[in-house]
Design a protein around this ligand. Sequence first.
Ligand code: NAP
Ligand code: G4F
Length: 327
Amino acid sequence: MPTALITGITGQDGLYLAELLLAKGYDVHGLIRGQNNPRRDLVADLVPDVRLHNGDLTDMSSLIRALRDSDPDEVYNLGAISYVAYSWENAALTTDVTGKGVLNLLEAVRLHAADEPGRVRFYQASSSEMFGKVQETPQRETTLLWPRSPYGVSKVFGHHMTINYRESYGMHASSGILFNHESPRRGHEFVTRKVTRAVARISLGLADHVTLGNLDARRDWGFAGDYVEAMWLMLQQPEGGDFVVATGETHSVRDLLDLAFGHVGIDDWTPHVRQDPRYRRPAEVDELVGDASKAREVLGWKPKVTFPELVTMMVDADLEATRQGWT
Ligand code: NAP
Ligand code: G4F
């Protein structure tokens, strides 16, 4: 039975990946931080077979202990401060966790498997935010990186460090350059979930508006459940590599509003949406759209859930959660 260690186990992707690996028969371990993490119970409810290890990406000794105690074949580094807007307010912390945390884990894995480089396969959660002020459309593995936020800069550091460990030490290290992916488990701070939760509340008469920032931003949005499969496929290849994972379609926040409100029968959402400069960013990433040809050709991966299906799934889940009082 292969063994995997996942950092970021309490997050959206950590939970989907744990479910996928458990279904494939893996022994799954997760790194969890904090003395009383409020999401510990969620992990225990959704993926009770995952064994948790206390640790933090900023604490190298905790990573070494987690590796020693789990002795994994595969390590998935999903842990990060992942909210772009927050990264301006906490740039140094974001750099420590989202950037230097990658180096800490790579080094811990290298030391753990010093007898046989490549024994432990490593996945780094890189991001389309690295493309930032895009230099080419659609974006692919070779597109010049031009990050626009402390989060994006930190991800670029982690991305290049992953490549550097592959080239320097012969590690089986892969970097998934994932475009935005969402689900009913998405954090409430991200725009898709903020909208779908608000739409559910407005449709049930519990709220009358949602306040947003830039409605013209465009993203390549896919379903998180599809994207974790690409992570796993990368680690099944004979060698590590870098892969863009995307749908190849781009939509604006306005398109998201059209679909989400339309699903509950509200065709004109303008009375329900306010805009506030407080939700605008010091430097915006205007438009992202990925070219996932390499993932399609090498990994045999393609997304299954379309953008309208994704929005419908999220609105339906938020309607149910709101009716049941879970949210
Ligand atoms: P998420 O829901 O925000 O989860 C982030 C995870 O990181 C949480 O489990 C969090 O744990 C953990 N974490 C935060 N600080 C940590 C620290 N100091 N040490 C260890 N763990 C820490 O993010 P996600 O959407 O699942 O994304 C997973 C990864 O993919 C992230 O690295 C993200 O940057 C990257 N990514 C995401 C997308 C996307 O669209 N979702 C796209 C590209 C790349 P707590 O519960 O303790 O806070
Ligand atoms: O949902 P968002 O906060 O996601 P963002 O910034 O694209 O980052 C997400 O995807 C990245 C992959 O490209 C990940 F690496 C990262 O960890 C994260 O998962 O914002 C999407 C767009 C932005 O242009 C933002 O300005 O929506 C715009 N937006 C407009 N109003 C808003 C809002 N975003 C948020 N969060 N809240 C708003 O009220």
